[in-house]
Write a protein that binds this ligand. Structure first.
Ligand SMILES: [Zn+2]
Length: 219
């Protein structure tokens, strides 16, 4: 599928991201995440099914075939390498690189990818803590849980920011300015009116529940 339309590449990658988020991949989720109409999603999903990249089961859940998964994985790999290039080399702010990488990833050929891997030292994770598929340096941080589920009074360490949250630039800026990034220790406080209070480096920060639900930590 080399040279396929970026939109199609985005579909397969998004299905893989849904799996990573623990969300059942239904077409309605693609409508939400890709911001396209339901008929357009149905049309493209039908095409992907016909071309052997996914199957739909009786419950209308999408399943990537081996080919579809290989393709989605290579896109996600390029996405995360691109994010690292943007942060480490081009010094683009951490909160902004996801969006830029979404565009850049479609332009990365296997040759350029190999150069990126060499330049970046075959990194194991993206700047948001998500594993880079196929890396020899991938690290397993252990069992992760959403920050929103950590008991008040406990400390935890931020490990990864879900791809879906990365699309929400306002929230990403909040996380960046509060230093809520991978490796950061956080003391969890109380939840009140849908907001979770956390203490980071002695500073209290309020997070919306949906934001905290997409920040994964180890306790
Ligand atoms: Zn990303």
């Amino acid at each position: 599928m080399e040279g396929h339309h970026p939109a199609v590449e985005q579909y397969l990658e998004t299905i893989l991201e849904l799996e990573e988020s623990g969300v059942v991949p239904m077409r309605a989720r693609l409508v939400e995440r890709l911001g396209v109409s339901a008929p357009a999603v149905s049309e493209t999903v039908k095409r992907l099914e016909r071309e052997g990249y996914l199957t739909l089961d009786g419950d209308r859940v999408m399943h990537l075939t081996e080919t579809g998964r290989a393709y989605a994985t290579s896109m996600l790999r390029r996405h995360r390498l691109a994010e690292l290039l943007l942060v480490d080399v081009l010094k683009v702010p951490w909160s902004q690189v996801h969006e830029e990488a979404c565009r850049l990833e479609h332009a990365i050929s296997p040759t350029l990818e190999a150069h990126l891997v060499t330049l970046l030292g075959d990194p194991g994770a993206c700047p948001h803590g998500n594993p880079i598929p196929g890396s020899a340096n991938a690290v397993d941080p252990g069992p992760l849980q959403p920050l929103s589920t950590v008991q008040a009074g406990r400390s935890c360490v931020v490990r990864r920011i879900d791809e879906h949250l990365q699309t929400q630039i306002v929230h990403m800026r909040e996380l960046e300015s509060a230093h809520l990034m991978p490796g950061q220790e956080v003391l969890v406080g109380e939840t009140a009116s849908g907001e979770l209070s956390v203490r980071v480096n002695g500073v209290d920060v309020l997070l919306e529940h949906d934001v905290a639900a997409n920040v994964y930590v180890t306790v």
